[in-house]
Design a protein around this ligand. Structure first.
Ligand code: ZN
Length: 297
């Protein structure tokens, strides 16, 4: 087969770059310094997509893997800056099967043998509808779906070193979305952490639901029910998939001004997020033309 002219191939690549917008093109502007959030939990993500390291005492557990454009380079840098070696990341749990949460996953698996953990439903999406992941919009043509090493289902508990993690399915934003609950330690005290990241309205718009064939709009009700179930959980430390969900940047500023009070150690963070999210989805169901405060998730 004859190759397309150079200029055509160049323009195709340019179109892919533009599909990611400034978030992809200027990925270095998303960099932020990693920080210790509480006890054995470190924030290593960027200023949009969150990633975390949990030091389990027997290897590192990573949560979420950023957005392909820049995720690999930035995560390798931030993990080192947090005081860890990326090679020691034994496990990587991915909360849902979207481009902006799985960016460095394939790399970590191939490079370090990191075991990838996803819900069985997320693994199914990647097999049957790889286009739902959004990877076609990645500016890196080598980004592709991968096969997770471990698939989890509702109520499963996995042990990562000393950390026991419980998985609860939270479909809606994506079929494979889930929340993870686990204890953190600081040597004296423990806290219950809850991870949730599948929050965007981009997958419940009329346009999106038409494209996936959900003409009855059942996905919106599924999303609402998941959020109501999550609201029942008691969580001391909200571990969010995007910085905007837990206002991480504003909380860091607060913490600087008042170093005595860790703003992340507050059960209200989880509750406030879900109260707002539930109200937002309910309003969206009544009038789907209205936007979401945080559109993409
Ligand atoms: Zn998403």
């Amino acid at each position: 087969m004859q190759r397309k002219p150079m200029i055509e191939r160049y323009r195709e690549q340019e179109a892919r770059r533009n599909a990611m917008g400034p978030m992809g093109r200027d990925f270095h502007k998303r960099y932020m310094k990693p920080f210790n959030m509480w006890g054995n939990l470190w924030y290593v993500g960027d200023n949009w997509c969150s990633s975390y390291i949990v030091d389990t005492g027997e290897g590192l557990l990573m949560l979420d893997a950023g957005c392909p454009a820049g995720a690999i380079a930035m995560l390798i840098q931030t993990i080192w800056e947090a005081g860890f070696n990326p090679r020691d990341v034994k496990w990587l749990v991915l909360d849902h099967e979207h481009i902006d949460h799985i960016g460095a996953a394939g790399f970590m698996q191939k490079m370090f043998g990191t075991k990838l953990v996803m819900s069985a439903a997320a693994a199914k999406t990647m097999r049957e509808h790889p286009e739902w992941t959004g990877l076609q919009d990645s500016s890196d043509c080598f980004d592709e779906v991968f096969v997770p090493d471990i698939e989890v289902n509702e109520g499963d508990i996995l042990h990562f070193g000393k950390v026991a993690m419980e998985f609860k399915m939270a479909p809606g934003h994506m079929p494979g979305a889930m929340a993870m609950f686990f204890n953190l330690e600081n040597g004296e005290e423990t806290r219950r952490a809850g991870f949730f990241g599948a929050h965007g309205a981009n997958t419940i718009t009329n346009e999106y639901l038409d494209e996936i064939g959900d003409y009855e709009r059942v996905t919106r009700q599924i999303f609402l029910e998941s959020c109501k179930r999550m609201r029942q959980e008691k969580v001391d430390i909200f571990v969010s998939g995007h910085t905007g969900m837990n206002k991480i940047l504003a909380k860091l500023e607060q913490w600087k001004e008042n170093p005595e009070i860790n703003p992340f150690d507050n059960p209200e963070n989880w509750n406030v997020f879900f109260d707002n999210k539930i109200a937002e989805i309910e309003a969206f169901i009544i009038d789907p033309t209205r936007g979401f405060k945080y559109g993409v998730g």
